[in-house]
Design a protein around this ligand. Sequence first.
Ligand SMILES: *Cc1c(COP(=O)(O)O)cnc(C)c1O
Length: 469
Amino acid sequence: MQYLSTRGGISPIPFSQAVMMGLASDGGLLLPRNIPRIGAETFSSWSELSYAELAFEIMSRFIDDIPSSNLRDLINRSYASFSSEEVTPLVHHGELHILELFHGPTLAFKDVALQFLGNLFEYLLERDDGYLNIVGATSGDTGSAAIYGVRGKKRIKIFILHPRNRISPVQERQMTTVTDDNVYNIAIEGTFDDGQAVVKALFNDLEFKKTHHLGAINSINWARILAQVVYYVYSCLHVIRHENDKAMDFSIPTGNFGDIFAGYIAKNLLPEGTVRKLVLASNANDILSRFVNMGDYSAAQVQQTSSPSMDIQAASNFERYLYYLLDKDPERTTEAMLEFAEKGRLDLSGYCDQIKRDFSATSVSEEDVEETIRKFHTDYGYLLDPHTAVGVYAGLRHKQNNIPMICLATAHPAKFAETVRKAAGIDPEQPEAIQGLFGKQTRCEIMDADRDSVQEYIRTNALLQTDAE
Ligand SMILES: *Cc1c(COP(=O)(O)O)cnc(C)c1O
């Protein structure tokens, strides 16, 4: 399988190169040349596969430059770190299926992709004799999942900036208790945006970026999307096996359009009609639900909500779907993205019919999130985290008779205990991964949100070619 850029400015590249490139060098996003359609017979033959076996079947259709035995090994190791044998188990409450994606080491769905990406990076760097210094800013969830993805890995160091005292104590501990030699936590005096600005400045210093082999770990890496396709297929097979339904809907709490884009790939990969509708659930930051409902893609001020990982106004994966919407035309995609960069809005109202063939959407208020958590607990004794509650509210709203609805549960409720306690009146049970955090040793550098000092710190500690050997 070859990969192309949504902006058409690079010649086709194989999977490995697409992974190491991250963002396409022409500023676009990388996509497979085509999405293969799985036949009905092949699909039903997957019915009894384990999660890792299924992951291999799916991923190997998009990866042809890693030998099968190595790919199998990478997948097996990535999902052995999950506390559930099924990796992403499906539970049933009332009318809904809840797909639990939070059994990885940091208790959020980002582990599904980042456990795999960490192993993949290590393998490719070893194979190609390279090294990588990952630099990123986090507002909480991504940083810890990224750190757990690469801790202890050879040929990789990771530097994660978080805003000091502005993330939850659990999130902070999840990062700073990782004391492996290759992990550098930096608490900056400032906000998330200050951290993000420092990281951007470092990446814009092209000389520094090149000599230090800087790499990013954000949601635009194709390998992350690919890893997420697997649990859509896994849950479809589960529902078909247990209920004999052939078509189903999904509800997805959405921020960067990454997770839901993986659903779009799954929809196009599986036999036609298996995945029917993708329900896009956003919190009060409703740019994406406005896009689906009215074709209005225009950024507003970011609002803080109880689902912080979805407090986003410019979805970094949106361009991938836009490319399909515009008939895979790189010129029109480029034009549209430049227009959005300039004006902060795009009018896509002419495409509403097409968009609505794939998606429905709802923006969920803070009161409805709280009420959903409370009611779900009262009715079923099951606690939802606030992100999952956004998806559950939208899932119920769009539930059709006789069509199963699978809601993606993206974080464990204990990660957002305060909101859950406020809504349901009880404390979520703490999984082992959280219980141990507060007695552990921590390591973290406190610094000003100042580009020069952060750059100097990275320069001093970064991995060099000689270390890698
Ligand atoms: C990142 C995140 C999301 C949003 O996922 P996107 O791929 O950005 O749409 C939802 N819930 C949780 C808990 C997350 O960490």
